[in-house]
Design a protein around this ligand. Sequence first.
Ligand SMILES: C[S@@+](CC[C@H](N)C(=O)[O-])C[C@H]1O[C@@H](n2cnc3c(N)ncnc32)[C@H](O)[C@@H]1O
Ligand SMILES: [Zn+2]
Ligand SMILES: [Zn+2]
Ligand SMILES: [Zn+2]
Ligand SMILES: [Zn+2]
Ligand SMILES: [Zn+2]
Ligand SMILES: [Zn+2]
Length: 511
Amino acid sequence: MAAPRDQLGVLEAQGSSGRQGSWGVKVAFPSDPAAPAPLCPHGPTLLFVKVIQGKEETRRFYACSACRDRKECNFFQWEDEKLSEARLAAREAHNRRCLPPLSRVQCVDRYLKFIELPLTQRKFCQRCQQLLLPGDWEKHREHEVLGDISVSQLKRPSQLLYPLENKKTNAQYLFADRSCQFLVDLLSTLGFRRVLCVGTPRLHELIRLTASGDKKSNIKSLLLDIDFRYSQFYLEDSFCHYNMFNHHFFDGKAALEVCRAFLQEDKGEGVIMVTDPPFGGLVEPLAVTFKKLIAMWKEGQSQDDKELPIFWIFPYFFESRICQFFPSFAMLDYQVDYDNHALYKHGKTGRKQSPVRIFTNIPPSKIILPTEEGYRFCPLCQRYVSTENQHCEHCNSCSSKDGRKWNHCFLCKKCVKPSWIHCSTCNHCTVPDHSCEGPKDGCFICGELGHKRSNCPNIPASRRANKAVRKQKQRKSNKMKMETTKGQSMNHTSVTTRKKRRERTHQYLCS
Ligand SMILES: C[S@@+](CC[C@H](N)C(=O)[O-])C[C@H]1O[C@@H](n2cnc3c(N)ncnc32)[C@H](O)[C@@H]1O
Ligand SMILES: [Zn+2]
Ligand SMILES: [Zn+2]
Ligand SMILES: [Zn+2]
Ligand SMILES: [Zn+2]
Ligand SMILES: [Zn+2]
Ligand SMILES: [Zn+2]
C-alpha cells in the first residue's frame, strides 16, 4: 500500500492546487467533521487527498501531521478503512511505546535536582542529549559526556543541544544572533510583556536571558515545541511539548491550561505570538492551529475587535498563501538569518539574501528596521524597506519582494524581477530563456510559466534548499576528493558516528 506521503507540500505554496501539470497531496476536510481523526504518536492525524493534474483522487487517507517523511512516522490509513480490534490495539500499543521516556513532571523533577548539584557533578551526555544525574553516570560511562555544565549553559539549551536538522520533521534552523537580538529588541520596543514562542527555542531563551539580566525589560516567554529535549531545561510554566500542525499538547490538559493561562493573563493584554515553523510544512494546518490559539486568547478578551498580535516567520514566496488565511497580515522586508542553514545565513558561507521574512498584523509603520543593516524608511509606504527596494510611482509601493530593485512593466502593470523580460507571445513578463509554447513548457510542478521546476515557489523551501546544499556539498566533496588524492585522507568515521548519534537521539525523542 503506497502512501503518497513524500509528496506532501508540493501543492501547498501559493495555492497552486488545481493547476495543470500539478501533482501532490493537500489537506482535506473529513466527510464527518464530528468523527475524531485516528491518532499517531504525534497526536491526531490529518486527512489528505492526492491531486493529479488538478484532479482530486476519490480515496483520501490519514497520515501524520508532523512528519513529512514515512521514515519518521509511517502512519497511514484510508479514510474509509475499517480496522480490526487487533490492529487498533497494536496501534495503541505502538503509540504508547513512542511516548517520551520521561513525563513532564519527571523532567522538571530531574531539572530541579540537577541545578542543586555542585558544578563538578553537572554532566550532559552529548550522545543521548540528556542532562545526567549521578545515578545515570554509569549507564553513560562510554558516551561522550560534557562536564561542569554552568548556569549560563543551562540557560542556552539551543547551544548545548545539537539542532535537529531533519528537514521533513523538525527542520530546526536557529536564528543567527543578529536576527534573534533584533526580534528581542523589537518585542521590547513594541511594549510586549509576554511572548508565546511557537517553534522558536532560541528566541525563547534570549527573551528569558534578557529578562533576567535587565529588570526593566521583564518579558515572560512560553515555548511550545515538538522537540522534547527542551523539557529538560524548563519548568512547566515555560515549556510545553506541542505539535503545531494539529494543536496537540503531548502532556494533555495540564499543558493546554498553561498555554491558556499565559495567553489570557492580564485579560490578554501585552501578549504576542511569534512562530517560525519548518518551511516544508503546510500552511493550512498551521493556519488552523494559529486560529485555535487566537480563539484561546480571545476567550479572555473583553473587546471583540482586537487581534492577537502575531509574527509568523516564513519564506517570502508564501506571502499569498499566508495572506489567504490572514488577510490583515503584511510582509516586512526584514531578512531573517539562521546560524545553521547554508542558504539562509548571512555572510560569506551563506548567500547574501535570506528569503525568510516576518509576516505580521502589527502595522508595518510601527516597526523600525535597522538602517545600519540596509533598511530605510519609505515615507510614501510608511514602512521600512530594503535600501534597494525602490518606490515605484506606478504601483505606488516599494514593490520588490526579494530585496533587490525590481522594474516596472507597463504592459503587465506591475513591477517584476530585474532579470525578467516582457514576452509579447506569452503576453507577460517572464525569464528570458523560456519557451512560449504553453503550459506544458511551463514549470513541471505547477504548470506556470515564468519559472522552471528548480525555482518553483510551490516546492517547499526546504526541498530547494536541500538541493542547493546538496550541490554545495557535492562541490565540496569533489574538492575534498581532489585533496585526498594529494595525500589527505577523509574522516569517514566521524560522519558515520554523527549519523548514528542522530538516529539514536531521534529514537529517544520521537519513537
Ligand atoms: C525553523 S526552526 C525555528 C527555530 C527558530 N528559528 C529559533 O532559532 O528559535 C523550527 C522549530 O519548530 C520546531 N518544530 C518542528 N516541527 C514542529 C511541530 N510539528 N510542532 C511544534 N514545533 C515544531 C522545531 O523543533 C524547531 O525548533
Ligand atoms: Zn506521527
Ligand atoms: Zn548517554
Ligand atoms: Zn515606498
Ligand atoms: Zn511598479
Ligand atoms: Zn510585462
Ligand atoms: Zn514567451
